[in-house]
Design a protein around this ligand. Structure first.
Ligand SMILES: Nc1ncnc2c1ncn2[C@@H]1O[C@H](COP(=O)(O)OP(=O)(O)O)[C@@H](O)[C@H]1O
Ligand SMILES: [Mg+2]
Length: 226
């Protein structure tokens, strides 16, 4: 569904000659939950920003259902097909948790199958462990872990084909992290989404369908330990 072909990326002004990403070819499919591991600075966030259409690679192509993202339009791709949970959450800080989720639904034009956007947003927030009292507080009054969950609920609210997340369980306790992993698995296996998660957590990686490792600009698939 999402194909990277000979993708390389170098940041302009970068002193070292080696590219952050160096000739990556890989296909991500529906119904599959992927995790990406790799040392800090190996280019995991860069890879997600290219795959989610926030930036274009310096070399190579990325295509969604056979169409080059540049031809499809990066804005259109991000709006209709891909959602991202950023490492820094990127929440709108003058809004409540609930408003952050409903605003995303309004921007992308998502209408829930039944009920209002507000009701659907509350249900998503509840499912991810934020009750109504918490959801209606300004996001700056929430803990880091709670803000992270708002960012995840916001991404889930946009009914997209691919969900990207950059270290989404980093600030969460074990139970909450497990709840989010269960949600990712369900999205992939029951709703047929493609879920791509960057993580340092072996607990999370062990529960994904495919473990990918990014190292020295190359992406390789790790055989799963049994
Ligand atoms: N916007 C940028 N401009 C210049 N260099 C960058 C930029 N973003 C990341 N880098 C560099 O690219 C490399 C990979 O960064 P990143 O993708 O954030 O790695 P990771 O997420 O695996 O820690 C690092 O050396 C980082 O300093
Ligand atoms: Mg990173």
């Amino acid at each position: 569904m999402l194909r990277l072909t000979s993708v390389s990326h170098t940041y302009s002004g970068q002193r070292r000659r080696s590219a952050v990403l160096n000739g990556i070819t890989y296909s991500f499919e529906r119904g599959t939950f992927y995790t990406i591991l790799g040392p800090s600075g190996s280019g995991k966030t860069t890879l997600l920003s290219l795959a989610s259409g926030l930036d274009t690679p310096t070399k190579g192509t990325i295509s969604f259902e056979g169409r080059d993202l540049r031809e499809l339009g990066l804005g259109r791709y991000r709006n209709r097909h891909a959602a991202t949970v950023f490492q820094s959450y990127n929440l709108l800080t003058y809004m409540t948790a609930l408003q952050n989720v409903t605003a995303a639904m309004e921007i992308t034009g998502v209408k829930p199958a039944s009920g209002s956007r507000r009701a659907h947003a509350l249900e998503l927030l509840e499912r991810i462990g934020l009750d109504k009292a918490t959801a209606t507080r300004n996001v700056l009054r929430l803990s880091g872990g709670q803000q992270q969950r708002v960012a995840i609920a916001r991404a889930l609210a946009c009914d997209v084909d691919i969900l990207f997340a950059d270290e989404p369980t980093g600030n969460l306790d074990e139970d909450t992290a497990q709840g989010i992993i269960d949600t990712f698995r369900e999205l992939a296996h029951e709703q047929g989404k493609c879920v791509v998660v960057v993580t340092h957590s072996q607990q999370l990686a062990a529960q994904s369908d495919r473990i990918l490792v990014l190292r020295k600009g190359k992406l390789s698939q790790q055989a799963k330990a049994r």
